[in-house]
Design a protein around this ligand. Structure first.
Ligand SMILES: Cc1cc2nc3c(=O)[nH]c(=O)nc-3n(C[C@H](O)[C@H](O)[C@H](O)COP(=O)(O)OP(=O)(O)OC[C@H]3O[C@@H](n4cnc5c(N)ncnc54)[C@H](O)[C@@H]3O)c2cc1C
Length: 424
């Protein structure tokens, strides 16, 4: 007869309970395998939260060893933040959160065999796949603007060497020069960011090159936070920033990198430094894998972030069609958390939670003047819809805005620790 000790019985009960919530794990088969493609904001958050659950084997595929945040990279352009202070080592996800970080790029997906093929030739099997590849810049959408042209007229829309290049060009620009920003059509990564860039570069010019000017050639007729920006430009940088909407300039047709010029339907603008931000689509791997529709972006079920085109593959971050949710780091982080719970529910039987979707962005108008918005969303009728929204207003006191700028610094530390793994 078996002599059951108290410890064995306790272990059996614990095992039974675990079996109810995590069947694969408890039956000693194998832990479910989740592969996450892309170690930026969405992918790193997702891998970190899945890793912390300790019930799945989580692999993160990312070609870069570190991630440089786009948010706060406009502060770098103004000389207010080093690139090193915006750079995060993905090894923290391995060391503290049990994620296998694989330094490679995904080149093909095989949903039928449930395998991801990597550039180095390895094949990674998965039970569940999540894709967070961010954006592809549409080189060629503006005539003459290709990767080589971006070495002379940087986009600086994926932070890293491009941000350093643009900063260097601004530093070596003569006082009195014209800095041209080409702003992209909707939808694109971080709607207020081109205008935050104009504001912070204007701050830099005001200190060091006060005769210089900034011209924004826009593919749109209006932009996010327009009233707040235009109010700040007249208060902080009168006469320095000019914004020309699509209705005045027509289509942005071409660039000439040799001449530093931008050609619109009616006119050619010659710059001392040109920042060309091209139109955007979902990261290439999402397009190649049939996760993107005719718009170039990925439709998803907003409750689980499961692709509606390739069920069983989740997509989060800038690559998705996010309804009312803007393409922002905060959105990507919020989506990734909802997605982590949906994956855990599907693979381990853990409870399902309704998604809590939230976005909060801090935008600098000057180092001590920032505005924020905070928006809650709900998944309704297959779409993400705005529920409640707060945004700062024109006419607030300098003290209110100084406090927001101060909060933004604290937000950056807490948010990046949440994404890339800090104390858990
Ligand atoms: C100037 C600027 C300022 C911004 N400011 C803010 C802000 O203040 N607040 C805010 O919330 N957001 C801000 N954003 C937006 C924010 O940076 C993005 O929304 C966010 O990075 C999106 O996260 P993501 O995971 O979708 O993409 P990313 O963070 O770009 O990550 C995508 C990752 O996928 C990897 N990848 C791509 N293809 C593959 C592949 N085939 N295999 C493996 N890996 C792959 C890439 O290398 C990359 O690391 C700003 C953006 C810019 C440009």
């Amino acid at each position: 007869m078996t002599d059951w000790t108290r410890r064995q019985v306790g272990g059996l009960i614990a095992g039974t309970l675990l079996a109810a919530t995590a069947p694969h794990v408890a039956r000693g088969i194998v832990r479910p395998k989740v592969v996450v493609i892309g170690g930026g904001i969405g992918g790193a958050t997702l891998a970190r939260y899945l890793g912390d659950m300790k019930t799945m084997d989580v692999s993160l595929v990312e070609p870069n060893a570190t991630h440089v945040t786009c948010f706060f990279s406009n502060l770098h352009l103004a000389g207010l933040r080093s690139l090193a202070s915006l750079t995060f080592d993905l090894r923290t996800l391995a060391n503290r959160h049990g994620v296998s970080v694989i330094r490679d790029a995904a080149v093909a997906l095989d949903p039928a065999a449930r395998v991801v093929e990597l550039g180095g030739g390895a094949k990674l099997p998965y039970d569940r796949l999540a894709v967070a590849p961010g954006i592809t810049l549409e080189f060629g959408a503006i005539g003459g603007y290709d990767e080589a042209a971006a070495e002379r007229m940087p986009h600086a829309w994926i932070a890293g060497p491009q941000s350093v290049l643009l900063r260097r060009q601004l530093e070596s620009m003569e006082d009195g020069g014209l800095f041209v920003i080409v702003a992209p059509p909707n939808p694109f990564r971080c709607p207020p960011a081109p205008y935050e860039r104009a504001s912070l570069v204007a701050y830099y010019f005001k200190q060091f090159k006060p005769r210089s000017k900034i011209l924004i050639l826009d593919a749109k007729d209006k932009f996010s936070g327009q009233e707040l920006f235009q109010d700040a430009w007249s208060r902080h940088y009168p006469g320095m920033i000019e914004w020309l909407p699509a209705q005045f300039i027509g289509k942005i047709k071409a660039v000439d990198p040799a001449a530093f010029s931008v050609v619109t339907e009616g006119q050619t603008f010659k710059a001392a430094v040109a920042n060309v931000i091209p139109p955007q689509k979902a990261g290439l791997i999402a397009q190649k894998a049939g996760l993107a529709d005719a718009t170039g972006w990925c439709p998803v079920d907003p409750a689980t972030f499961d692709s509606t085109l390739q069920p069983g593959i989740h997509v989060v971050g800038d690559a998705i069609i996010g309804g009312d949710m803007p393409k922002s780091a905060f959105s990507a982080n919020s989506q990734a958390k909802a997605c982590a719970f949906a994956i855990a529910a599907a693979l381990t039987g853990s409870p399902r939670f309704p998604p809590h979707l939230f976005n909060s962005c801090y935008t600098f108008l000057a180092p001590d003047d920032a505005f924020t918005n905070a928006i809650t969303f709900a998944a309704e009728d297959g779409k993400i819809k705005t529920k409640e929204m707060f945004i700062n207003k024109v006419g607030e006191s300098a003290e209110v805005r100084r406090k927001v700028a101060h909060q933004a610094i604290g937000w950056y530390s807490a948010f990046t620790a949440d994404v890339f793994g800090g104390a858990s």
